[in-house]
Design a protein around this ligand. Structure first.
Ligand code: SAM
Length: 213
């Protein structure tokens, strides 16, 4: 899907406004085994060497090799093994700053239905200055692609998942509509990304990712 490039380009404007030497707090929701974020970190770490990264997933999937690879880049990594809806409902721990600089997610928001998605978006908006998401695009071309991934060796389960993901995906301004509150406080961007992806970014107005007005 060209995801790495889509997310790197989505995060770069946030980084451009930050000090290279100020450690940033980044949270990935539904991070899986962390390998996608590692690819992103390999690209960004040259210009963004100091990051405190938290990988949230309800499953503990990060292995020692991936963790070591983050450390070699200078990115500290910790995991949060919780259901994101529990994370969304819980208050922020008082010993942490109230907001992450950047929250990022890939192939995750489409797991939530029309009732849960606004609730989740509300918690995300309250807890970050920048939010970057890449999701499946609900479009005929994506559906055709999802049926064709068998041709590149995908298993029946993966093919089935791909088709379901496209049906649960997003188009037009659907994620912007689910974003909460006074949209004047946020600069929103939402558009098709690549052949099969759907990109959404929310940037808090007047605040850089590092929280500097
Ligand atoms: C399609 S995978 C994407 C993984 C990773 N973002 C990537 O692109 O490689 C979705 C991930 O979300 C996690 N997940 C699904 N529902 C969740 C929930 N309610 N709370 C936390 N994690 C969840 C799954 O365990 C899985 O690792």
């Amino acid at each position: 899907m060209g995801t790495r490039g889509i997310i790197v380009r989505g995060m770069q404007p946030a980084l451009g406004r930050c000090s290279r030497y100020l450690p940033l707090r980044v949270l990935e929701l539904g991070a899986g085994d962390g390998t996608l974020m590692l690819c992103i970190a390999q690209e960004l770490s040259r210009s963004w060497p100091a990051v405190h990264l938290t990988l949230l997933d309800r499953l503990a999937l990060l292995d020692a090799d991936t963790s070591t690879a983050f450390a070699h880049l200078g990115w500290s990594v910790q995991t949060l093994s919780v259901d994101v809806l529990d994370w969304a409902a819980a208050p922020m721990p008082p010993h942490l700053p109230p907001r992450w600089d950047v929250i990022v997610t890939n192939l995750f928001l489409h797991h939530f239905d029309d009732l849960l998605l606004p609730e989740l978006m509300c918690a995300i908006a309250a807890r970050c200055n920048w939010f970057v998401a890449c999701e499946p695009r609900r479009a005929p071309i994506s559906l055709i692609g999802s049926y064709l991934i068998g041709a590149v060796g995908a298993s029946r389960v993966t093919r089935n998942d791909a088709v379901l993901s496209v049906h649960a995906g997003f188009r037009d301004a659907e994620l912007s509509m689910a974003w909460p509150g006074d949209q004047d406080d946020w600069q929103l961007q939402e558009h098709a990304a690549g052949l099969f992806g759907h990109f959404f970014r929310a940037a808090r107005q007047g605040v850089s990712a590092a929280g500097i007005a």
